[in-house]
Design a protein around this ligand. Structure first.
Ligand SMILES: NC(=O)c1ccc[n+]([C@@H]2O[C@H](COP(=O)([O-])OP(=O)(O)OC[C@H]3O[C@@H](n4cnc5c(N)ncnc54)[C@H](OP(=O)(O)O)[C@@H]3O)[C@@H](O)[C@H]2O)c1
Length: 393
């Protein structure tokens, strides 16, 4: 590493100071968000030097932000030493062999380790050069889309030029989501309050979308998740409700949208399930069980509709920062007595990427599957989970 400065050997000392300051002194006034702390702890627990810690900065910290970190460090050092650092490292790895002895992290530097804008508010998502996905003018339905993953998918599709139709049960939250997506993308957003477990409401919604836009090209199915329960605590009604919510809602959208796509000999039917279909998650018994049926349905529809120019794929989110995940952490906390931030810390430690995902990262994969470019991806179940699922396929 050509740019390593002489003080590189102090990295371990610095990381101790850094972690101490972060946890004991500086973090609480700066962060109200426990997940930032948890993510930070997870990163620091897995690294043995500041250098390797910095290489674990989120991939979507762009070069401008990276330069900003360097200048923050430089400014700190300049202040401490009364002179400018002479040699500027050219690479991430080189940068943090920098003199670490007197390094005092600033709020901004800490933010860059787990930027609230990315992990919590989803405000930032680094976008590189634009790939034309061929979504301009497409008509897309996204179910259960006033919040979380569904909303991020709608926004991503709209940003790529599709007109979108969204539904959820709470009409005012749905209206707000539609207004936000329209404002941020300039695309038309049709919205209707619908409970996806109600076949008549789904039928009416899909018909209204066709009436408004003239056709349907893309349908992304989604719903809320079933509650976290152990087997002993479930009753037959819990099972029926989970079947309605996860499986039957997908059946209803398939029944309504696939024949309409068939008319145009083009379509994308995408189910949102969970990484649980590849690797069951403890405590999510209902999800583990019923989502497997949704995956079986999607795989079979892929065979039945491929000849009509329609692909059917399933996207499996891992731990992704949404209201659902906060609720899940709260319910595990209530059941086990573990603090919610410790629940987040536990999840983060299981993920090779050492962080919780963002809805935008998930939405980018759905948008690709919905696109012209994904024309030969059919019948796949794709995990978007930072490497959480350990299986080969
Ligand atoms: N986030 C994760 O880490 C993660 C991981 C794996 C799987 N998942 C699954 O992915 C799905 C979406 O998760 P999320 O994190 O985006 O959840 P979320 O933030 O809680 O959002 C759920 C959305 O679904 C709507 N919804 C819920 N029940 C509905 C119903 N019966 N009919 C119509 N809309 C309904 C909600 O609006 P209303 O309440 O107004 O209806 C809301 O817009 C869930 O099934 C979840 O279990 C999430």
């Amino acid at each position: 590493m050509g740019n390593v400065l002489p003080e590189a050997g102090n990295a371990n000392l610095l990381i101790g100071v850094f972690v101490f300051w972060t946890l004991q002194v500086g973090l609480s006034p700066l962060y109200s968000a426990p997940v930032n702390q948890a993510a930070f702890c997870a990163i620091s627990a897995q690294t043995s030097s500041l250098e390797s810690m910095l290489t674990k900065l989120p991939a979507n910290v762009d070069s401008k932000e990276f330069t900003e970190i360097l200048s923050l460090l430089n400014a700190t050092l300049t202040k401490k030493r009364g002179r400018e650092c002479q040699r500027k490292p050219a690479t991430r790895a080189g940068a943090f062999a920098w003199n670490t002895k007197q390094f005092v992290p600033t709020k901004r530097t800490l933010e860059l380790f787990d930027p609230p804008g990315i992990s919590r508010e989803h405000g930032k998502f680094a976008r590189g050069a634009k790939l034309d996905l061929g979504l301009q003018g497409r008509i897309a339905i996204v179910a259960a889309a006033s919040k979380g993953l569904g909303r991020a998918v709608s926004e991503e599709l709209a940003r790529e030029g599709a007109s979108v139709a969204i539904c959820a049960r709470n009409a005012s939250e749905l209206e707000q989501a539609a207004a936000h997506i329209h404002k941020s993308t300039g695309r038309e957003v049709f919205h209707q309050a619908v409970d996806v477990t109600n076949p008549a409401a789904v039928s009416h919604f899909v018909g209204a979308v066709e009436g408004r836009f003239g056709r349907i090209d893309i349908c992304v199915t989604n719903s809320g998740g079933p509650p976290s329960k152990m087997f002993v605590d479930t009753n037959p009604e819990d099972w029926r409700a989970a079947v309605d919510l996860l499986l039957m809602s997908t059946v209803f959208f398939a029944k309504e949208s696939l024949p309409r796509m068939q008319k145009n000999k083009w379509g994308r039917f995408i189910t949102i399930t969970s990484s649980a279909v590849k690797q069951p998650v403890d405590g999510l018994l209902l999800s583990n069980s019923i989502r497997a049926a949704v995956t079986g349905l999607a795989r079979t529809l892929a065979n039945e509709y491929a000849a009509h120019g329609i692909t059917v794929n399933n996207v499996c989110p891992g731990y992704t920062r949404t209201a659902r995940l906060d609720n899940l952490a709260a319910s595990i906390s209530a059941r086990t007595g573990t603090k919610p931030e410790a629940v987040f810390g536990d999840w983060t430690r299981q993920i090779p990427a050492a962080r919780i995902g963002t809805p935008q990262e998930f939405a980018a994969v759905v948008a690709f599957l919905a696109s012209e470019r994904a024309s030969y991806v059919n019948g796949a179940s794709i995990a978007v989970d930072g490497g959480l699922v350990r299986s080969l396929f």
